[in-house]
Design a protein around this ligand. Structure first.
Ligand code: AMP
Length: 293
């Protein structure tokens, strides 16, 4: 595995692979690797000749009140895990390599994908996603991958990146990898490190809530009932969600019933200092819509 810090070196490193027409896969990460990241790397290893992992804690996607400096970092451990996962090139640039002095451009996806859920101005806001798409567009230009791998854990992010890739004609296949969970259901996240020992078991209520909604839907309940089942699980764990919403899984348009299309059930909640997100896509069995749907 080659550890690369500079863009020019990254290009040199990949020139041979590009010339030979090899398939290049990119896995963007902010480090503090866990099994979720490793699942992305395994998917990339399986489909690509050359796997590039980027490790960059991107200041542009943090809000001013979010503590960028407190974000968990362990670059040596990350490098070891990346090596073990078969990464060929680890690109770990400094902040000024990505945003040199005078940097003044942003890539922003507009429309509903970046005005709802996490992009709601009251929450992380559109600026968060513009921080993501700007850095991802830059990484796409630097690496010129054939495929790029993102986690379903950040469902809205994956949709926004897919939209950007289509709109800006990046000839890159976006692969979305299923969410990896702890045995109690908690979606793995670098931010789980912020959970206290007392809060860690409570956090499992997030996925329990989503599963309760899914079960209700599969049992024939309407969306309102399914959401109530989810809310019940959260209440039982004394968790007041920042949001718990059902939306069309592809467009993020509001939906108040199961209409045969996959529904994204997404939630965010603060548990102690950790702000956690999770989601599940529900495709209820075909059923006749009834009153209250
Ligand atoms: P991050 O380092 O948190 O920016 O995440 C890097 C990539 O890993 C993103 O595409 C995430 O969606 C993905 N990811 C994070 N957690 C998980 C998880 N539990 N399962 C699958 N993918 C994940």
């Amino acid at each position: 595995m080659k550890l690369v810090r500079a863009k020019a070196q990254l290009r040199d490193e990949l020139a041979g692979a590009h010339g030979r027409g090899e398939t290049i896969g990119l896995v963007p990460t902010m480090g503090a690797l866990h099994e979720g990241h490793l699942a992305l790397l395994a998917a990339a290893r399986e489909r690509c000749d050359v796997v590039v992992m980027s490790l960059f804690v991107n200041p542009a996607q943090f809000r001013p009140e979010e503590d960028l400096d407190a974000y968990p970092r362990d670059p040596e451990r990350d490098a070891e895990l990346a090596r073990g996962a078969g990464v060929d090139v680890l690109f770990a640039p400094a902040v000024d390599e990505i945003y040199p002095e005078g940097f003044a451009t942003a890539v922003e996806v507009g429309g509903p994908l970046t005005s709802v859920l996490d992009a709601d101005p009251e929450r992380r806001g559109r600026g968060h996603f513009s921080g993501v798409t700007t850095v991802v567009a830059k990484l796409f230009n630097m690496v010129e991958p054939d495929l790029a791998f993102f986690g379903q854990k950040d469902a809205q992010q994956a949709l926004v990146v897919e939209r950007m890739a289509r709109d800006l004609d990046f000839a890159i296949e976006i692969v979305v990898v299923p969410t990896v969970r702890a045995p109690d259901g908690l979606a793995l996240s670098s931010r789980n490190a912020y959970l206290s020992a007392a809060d860690r078991p409570r956090a499992a209520a997030l996925s329990r809530a989503l599963v309760a909604a899914e079960r209700a839907a599969q049992g024939g309940s309407g969306l309102a009932e399914a959401l109530a089942a989810a809310r019940g699980e959260l209440e039982a764990a004394a968790i007041e969600p920042e949001y718990l919403e059902a939306r069309d899984a592809e467009t993020l348009a509001a939906t108040d019933n199961f209409n045969g299309r996959p529904v994204l059930l997404a939630l965010a909640a603060r548990i102690g200092p950790a702000r956690l997100i999770d989601n599940l896509v529900i495709t209820p069995p075909d059923r006749v819509a009834g009153p209250g749907d």
